[in-house]
Design a protein around this ligand. Structure first.
Ligand SMILES: Nc1nc2c(ncn2[C@@H]2O[C@H](COP(=O)(O)OP(=O)(O)OP(=O)(O)O)[C@@H](O)[C@H]2O)c(=O)[nH]1
Length: 499
């Protein structure tokens, strides 16, 4: 028999069972990878930690609650304001003669805090009270009254379910510096090491200016210098707080200048024509910003009558600034050193309340136009102003002409903003939902939530992780497709073998 040649087809691939096993394993691997990727990116319900700061200002007290993801205490840019509460009534310094009322006044807002912070977090939630210029002034004139107010306030706060960390008076330097930290933290400028924004804060009894200037190394005026190392960057901040230059105290100083003769009638250019209120000399002169200047033979009361004249109001306001002496290379006013202004500025608190009411927050408007508009507003009669704003608090309403004039005078004559640099100012109330002010910076500092050094980056950044998972998934799908092709179109893959 001739050699039998047997044509035999032999498939070089594994048996169907092996192929099915490979496919099953492949499918399981893909499902697992996709599941991990999905779970990794899924937002899990966040657990938060909380911190509470009470801002005991000269005009009123406000409570702020901050929250941040529980597992990221030491991280960055994640702390945000979740609730705020305005305490009814005046600032705690006004309770000097009945201190217990200072403690009582906080109860309503503390109740709101208890309803906001989850019960299980309360005992670990730090609670701070910081007092500013009102208590600074009270401490100057009557330190025992100031102690009594603090005692009453402490008693109320110690009885809360929160972790009470103490109440104290902030120095003007701290108030300025923490306001600057807040603004730059919320803008994410610190973490990223970006150029910073200056901070302008106008309170009732003091005002602060804080900014970084390349021309300031602290040596010319060490009391105006604050050094920070934040996220691996060094900052040498210029800051100054002018006590008595908050808008309520400046109003007293301007009125004091107009009542030096002990007159019974004062014709005030900073108030609208038709405005007429009887006021007490003792109330006007009750603050250390003016008390030394009370006229000897002052009557009990005077008639405060509005004249509504912007130009004259500017002169009256300017009279409370002293520009005649400066022992440094350059000064803002009252002999206080100030380096050249630099960079953008955020202006908050009363800067915002006033300019927002006056519709003058747009700083791209030429400074001359701003002045013209304010001049027109000041020249409007009191009756018309009241008719135009029937729902606005009358005390605030009466003072907007004065306050606007003071703000423009402080910025231009005091700090030296010019027609060109005025547009560097932005009037702000909140940044990303949190109020601009010193409280957030104060809490971040006390809870060590801004590290001095930049945090280490994770071994694999999120984007890198997602890329690797995606690449592996694509490879696996490719492999499976290849195997499937070999099974379902075997002719494509079979070779005739001669055995
Ligand atoms: N128009 C207006 N003025 C306000 C409002 N809230 C506060 N003010 C006034 O704005 C000024 C500044 O207020 P705050 O920033 O609370 O100042 P403060 O903390 O009391 O004062 P300091 O202790 O000097 O920091 C004060 O004269 C307040 O009377 C508001 O909602 N509208």
């Amino acid at each position: 028999m001739s050699a039998q040649r047997e044509m035999k087809e032999k498939n070089p691939w594994p048996t169907p069972v092996t192929i099915i096993i490979i496919i099953v394993i492949g499918v399981i691997a893909i499902v697992a990878l996709v599941t991990v990727a999905v779970l990794q990116n899924k937002s899990v319900p966040q657990k938060y930690k909380y911190g509470i700061v009470l801002d005991a200002g000269s005009s009123h007290t406000a409570l702020y609650i901050y929250q941040w993801p529980a597992e990221k205490d030491n991280n960055t840019g994640r702390v945000e304001q979740t609730h705020s509460c305005k305490v009814k009534g005046k600032g705690i310094s006004s309770y000097a003669s009945e201190p217990w009322k200072a403690g009582e006044s906080l109860k309503e807002c503390m109740g709101e805090a208890e309803n906001t912070v989850p019960k299980e977090r309360a005992h670990e939630t730090p609670l701070y009270l910081g007092a500013t210029a009102g208590m600074r002034l009270l401490d100057i004139v009557n330190s025992s009254a100031s102690k009594n107010v603090f005692q009453a306030v402490e008693k109320a706060l110690q009885n809360s379910p929160f972790s009470y960390q103490g109440a104290r008076i902030l120095s003007g330097q701290e108030e300025g510096a923490f306001g600057w930290v807040t603004v730059n933290y919320l803008d994410d400028r610190l973490k990223q090491g970006l150029k910073t924004t200056g901070a302008l804060d106008l309170g009732g009894a003091s005002t602060q200016i804080s900014f970084i200037s390349d021309n300031f190394d602290g040596s010319e005026s060490p009391i105006n210098s604050v050094n920070f190392r934040l996220y691996g960057n060094d900052y040498n901040l210029y800051t100054h707080s002018f006590l008595c230059y908050g808008k309520d105290q400046v109003l007293k100083m301007v009125l004091a200048n107009q009542t030096q003769s002990g007159a019974t009638t004062v014709l005030d250019p900073c108030f609208h024509s038709g405005y007429n209120e009887t006021k007490n000399y003792s109330v006007l002169y009750d603050s250390p910003c003016v008390s030394g200047r009370k006229p000897q033979e002052a009557p009990e009361k005077f008639d405060h009558i509005g004249k509504g004249n912007f130009q004259e109001c500017q002169k009256a306001v300017k009279s409370v600034f002293n520009f005649t002496f400066c022992k440094h290379s350059r000064c803002s006013f009252n002999g206080v050193f100030q380096p050249p202004l630099q960079g953008p500025f955020g202006a908050f608190s009363a800067y915002y309340f006033v300019m927002n009411f006056l519709n003058l927050t747009d700083t791209s408007m030429p400074l001359e136009t701003v002045k013209q508009k304010l001049s027109q507003y000041c020249g409007t009669s009191w009756d018309k102003i009241k008719r135009q704003h029937p729902t606005v608090n009358v005390k605030y309403l009466a003072e907007y002409c004065f306050s606007g004039t003071y703000i423009l005078t402080l910025l231009t004559e005091g700090y030296d903003f010019t027609a060109e640099t005025y547009s560097n100012i932005k009037f702000i109330k909140k940044i990303k939902g949190s109020d601009a002010g010193w409280t957030l910076g104060y809490m971040l500092n006390l809870t060590n939530m801004i590290p001095a050094e930049a945090p280490d980056s994770p071994p694999l950044p999120h984007a890198g992780y997602v890329s690797i998972v995606t690449l592996m998934t694509i490879l696996l799908i490719g492999l499976l497709l290849f195997v499937a092709l070999r099974i379902f179109w075997p002719r494509c893959s079979k070779k005739t073998q001669i055995v």
